[in-house]
Design a protein around this ligand. Sequence first.
Ligand SMILES: Cc1cc2nc3c(=O)[nH]c(=O)nc-3n(C[C@H](O)[C@H](O)[C@H](O)COP(=O)(O)O)c2cc1C
Length: 176
Amino acid sequence: MDFKDLIQKRYSVRQYKSTSIDREKIEKVLEAGRMAPSAVNYQPWEFIVIREPEMLEKIHSCYSREWFKSAPVVIVVCGDHAEGWHRAADGKDHTDIDVAIAVDHMTLMATEMGLGTCWVCNFNPLLAREILELPQNLEPVAMLPLGIPREDDDLSTKVKKRKPLNQIVHWDCYKG
Ligand SMILES: Cc1cc2nc3c(=O)[nH]c(=O)nc-3n(C[C@H](O)[C@H](O)[C@H](O)COP(=O)(O)O)c2cc1C
């Protein structure tokens, strides 16, 4: 798929078919995350793939939306702030940025494969940490439900609601 079409086609899928997703397909999505660029190439991320019904049920308690329960797979993308690059000039931690790029690679790969995803950050991180028994250094940054979109949820042809370029782009200086 042409890249322009791919970014147009990706949308937040909030209804999935119950069909399970083959491990190889999940691995292809994970591989796209693995190949993401990161500051100083530190790759401060770890991916937890949840497929077991018992674990899925537990993870649903971190984000109690009905639609979330329809996804057969949830990838919890974690950031390791001890591994991320901290800029010398001001100490800025780039872990979240790196994790976001990995997540975005995964969303685009999934779209190309005919699968749906949706960024989820509005979950309870303390609960997620406990359920997944995460070590202290790992922060659950995003949850990525993954599955086959339900046909009647195909919003991909809808015009994306975005600010126009002339509202967000400045040429040469802020007032440009
Ligand atoms: C960092 C981030 C966090 C998000 N968290 C949630 C979330 O918790 N729940 C949800 O339903 N959508 C969430 N979204 C999805 C956005 O609502 C969605 O991307 C946005 O409305 C644009 O729609 P589109 O993805 O269909 O193009 C999140 C997106 C991003 C990038």
